[in-house]
Design a protein around this ligand. Structure first.
Ligand SMILES: C[S@@+](CC[C@H](N)C(=O)[O-])C[C@H]1O[C@@H](n2cnc3c(N)ncnc32)[C@H](O)[C@@H]1O
Length: 239
């Protein structure tokens, strides 16, 4: 993939307080063991809101409200219909239920953990999700997905490589004109969490990935309600 910067010169931090160039992190993300490490990490997690939020369940209400507000603000522009939406990496259905079902008629969810999918059948999301696809992002091509008005991708792209992220966006483009990515970003370089295998990319990395997928940024905001002491968060609307 083409980057607008030299990957050997972009320096970031790891959870072990190591300073590394992005070229080293790319090797970790591209290794075949990386997705296994992520899946194993989640297999030890409880199917709760707290674990979906890495132990920060107090952000749940403000962050879901900011997403609903983002969608409400867009509605007047009539960019897309609010009929069908797909939630990628949906976990236990937190976003599907508390954000997407508030705004869309039909919500589908893709998630690789069977445990989380099963939980979404009995918890608050029980009646809020139309179709649940138990599938990894890497295998989503094997699904016979229909078209969506919007695809929402939140807090999952940190667990996939840059190339997989580009592929994901290209796949989503076939299914939906508009895509939302909501994620944390790093103000400098990147931040890599070795424990759960999670890369927090800098804005220049996100932008290079969007460009590589042939997508343009239609709108981007950093929700004001997000706690200032946490890594910043951004919502991008892409087309
Ligand atoms: C931090 S949780 C966020 C869940 C949800 N988006 C939310 O905000 O509540 C990350 C989720 O992504 C899922 N995930 C990680 N890697 C994935 C992959 N390659 N394909 C599909 N889901 C994945 C995990 O199983 C987990 O449910």
């Amino acid at each position: 993939m083409n980057y607008s910067f030299n990957t050997a010169e972009l320096i970031g931090l790891t959870s072990e307080n190591q300073q590394l160039p992005y070229s080293d992190i790319l090797k970790v993300l591209d290794a075949p063991t990386f997705s296994k490490h992520v899946a194993e990490f989640y297999s030890t997690n409880q199917p709760t809101i707290d674990s979906m939020l890495g132990g920060l369940s107090y952000v749940h209400i403000p962050e879901t409200r900011s997403s609903v507000q983002f969608l409400k603000d867009l509605k007047s522009q009539k960019l897309f219909k609010y009929k069908t939406v797909l939630d990628i990496g949906g976990g236990i259905g937190r976003v599907s239920s508390h954000v997407l079902k508030q705004m869309f008629d039909n919500v589908d969810m893709l998630e690789q953990s069977e445990l989380f999918i099963n939980e979404s059948k009995v918890n608050f999301a029980k009646n809020h999700i139309r179709n649940r696809f138990c599938c990894s992002i890497q295998n989503m091509n094997t699904l016979d997905l229909g078209k969506y008005d919007l695809i929402w991708i939140q807090w999952v792209v940190g667990h996939i490589s840059d190339l997989e992220f580009v592929e994901l966006l290209k796949n989503c483009k076939q299914k939906s004109e508009y895509i939302v990515v909501k994620d944390n970003y790093s103000k400098q370089g990147f931040w890599f969490d070795e424990k759960d295998g999670n890369i927090l990319r800098g804005l220049e990395i996100f932008e290079d990935i969007f460009k590589a997928a042939g997508l343009n940024i239609v709108k981007q905001i950093d929700p004001e309600t997000w706690p200032k002491d946490l890594m910043p968060i951004r919502i991008w609307l892409l087309k």
